[in-house]
Ligand binder design. Structure first.
Ligand code: PLP
Length: 439
């Protein structure tokens, strides 16, 4: 048994200080009926709790830690940067450097604005789309999560889905009324909405690879159809690549599927573990953002020098030219992920447990479903009890996974072949535990 004594005491205290003891809901482990380990430090693919337990980490701070924790390049650059001051609220060379690194792999981003969180990126992109088109309505997809701004907190996945709240108290009816939600991966549904009121719709916002209902890639041709529909109605297409950016492929889902959105939201990886996100895209649209244009958006800490530094070092590592004969960073991650999932599939089969394994580059996850998973309803039909048994068994064995069926797992460059093998072995035991729990 894991000893989590100190974590339990820490959690009990934290619950008196913060709602649910946490600063972001899914961290509370409420969904898996256990208490969260409190983390003391992390290095490479390992994370260590305050009781001294060590885990192989596939959460990666929910995506950002693509080069592993405390990568020496990132640490060194941050140590140097911090001695130069932590914030100036004035322009720096670092902001242009990060902008150029991003634009090199996202050619659809002609102009970019840095912000501090994915929530800010999507909220600002929507305001911009509304300001640009002069229209109020937006379309989102059920189970897609775009942060917690009011217009987008309607039928959002992961934390929301986990806690069974379709929308949040505090979001006004008026706001929710301007948000139209349609099922993911359903061409007919989006076609119908666009045919009926496309000319009133400012933006369609989508996770081009869904990651907040578990990992659910788009069906063949789905994104292309959405691109055609939005183009036909002068509706802005926003790809929320906060999670799938730099993961579905280096150039994100837009490169992987060959679709050019009007605006893109990025986050998680571009901050290398510090709070950074961004939105950007077509020059004519982005030039409407203040002070170039009338659509207001600002931030005291936006473009923060430490955050820019962590982002720059991380992007340098993942965009570096590979050694001759070696796979580039993103390909290397994809191969590691494939190896892990093939191992899990084999172990599940041995244990007689049917799973659906999904991968998009270095994003991955499994569902305990008999049938294929294409949307949020399918994801909700996954066997939650099986998930809990699986999750707890993996944690006991030192494998740190997201404590919810509705979250995606992430591979990093720090995951060694040995650690992946160990994770496959652990999965064997965990699937057996699932099989036994069903007897
Ligand atoms: C994480 C996430 C967000 C929100 O980002 P925060 O930094 O948590 O505000 C938005 N969209 C997607 C697709 C995400 O995965």
């Amino acid at each position: 048994m894991l000893n989590l004594e100190k974590s339990l005491a820490a959690f009990n205290e934290a619950k008196t200080l913060m709602p649910g003891g946490v600063n972001s809901p899914v961290r509370s482990y409420a969904n898996v009926d256990c208490n969260p380990p409190f983390i003391a430090k992390a290095k490479g693919d390992r994370i260590f709790d305050i009781d001294g337990n060590e885990y192989i980490d596939y959460v990666g701070s929910w995506g950002p830690m693509v080069v592993g924790h405390a990568h020496p390049n990132v640490v060194k650059a941050l140590q140097e940067a911090v001695t130069r001051g932590t914030s100036y609220g004035a322009p720096t060379l670092l902001e242009s450097e990060l902008a150029k690194l991003v634009m090199k792999v996202y050619p659809s981003i002609e102009v970019i604005r840095m912000v501090n969180s994915g929530t800010e990126a999507t909220m600002s992109a929507l305001r911009l789309a509304r300001g640009y088109t002069g229209r109020d309505k937006i379309v989102k997809f059920i189970g897609c999560y775009h942060g917690h701004s009011d217009s987008l907190l309607v039928n959002a996945g992961s934390g929301m889905a986990t806690f069974g709240v379709p929308s949040s108290p505090g979001v006004t009816k008026g706001t929710a009324a301007d948000t139209i939600s349609v099922p993911y991966n359903d061409v007919e549904a989006i076609t119908k909405v666009m045919d009926e009121m496309g000319d009133e719709i400012a933006a369609v916002i989508i996770e081009p690879v869904a990651g907040n209902m578990g990992c659910v890639p788009p069906k063949q041709g789905y994104l292309r159809k959405i691109r055609e529909l939005t183009q036909a109605h002068g509706t802005i297409l926003i790809f929320d690549e906060v999670m799938c950016g730099f993961r579905a492929s280096l150039g994100g889902a837009q490169a992987a599927y060959g679709i050019t959105p009007d605006l893109t939201c990025l986050g998680k990886i571009i901050g290398g573990g510090l709070p950074v996100a961004a939105y950007g895209g077509r020059r004519d649209i982005m030039m409407k953002v203040s002070p170039a244009g009338p659509v207001y958006q600002a931030g005291t800490l936006s473009g923060n020098p430490l955050a820019m530094t962590a982002g720059i070092e991380t992007l340098k590592l993942i965009t570096a030219e590979p050694e001759p004969g070696e796979a580039d960073y993103s390909r290397m991650l994809t191969l590691k992920t494939k190896k892990l999932l093939l191992g899990w599939l084999e172990k599940a089969k041995e244990a007689g447990v049917t799973i659906q394994a999904h991968q998009a580059g270095s994003m991955f996850g499994i569902f305990f479903n008999e049938h294929e998973v294409y949307n949020y309803d399918d994801s909700c039909a996954s066997d939650q009890e099986a998930f809990k048994v699986w999750f707890k068994s993996m944690l006991e064995q030192g494998i740190y996974l997201a404590p919810s069926q509705f979250e995606t797992l992430f591979m990093s460059g720090a995951h060694s072949d040995e650690d992946i093998d160990r994770t496959i072995e652990a999965a064997g035991k965990a699937f057996k535990a699932v099989a036994e729990s069903r007897r």
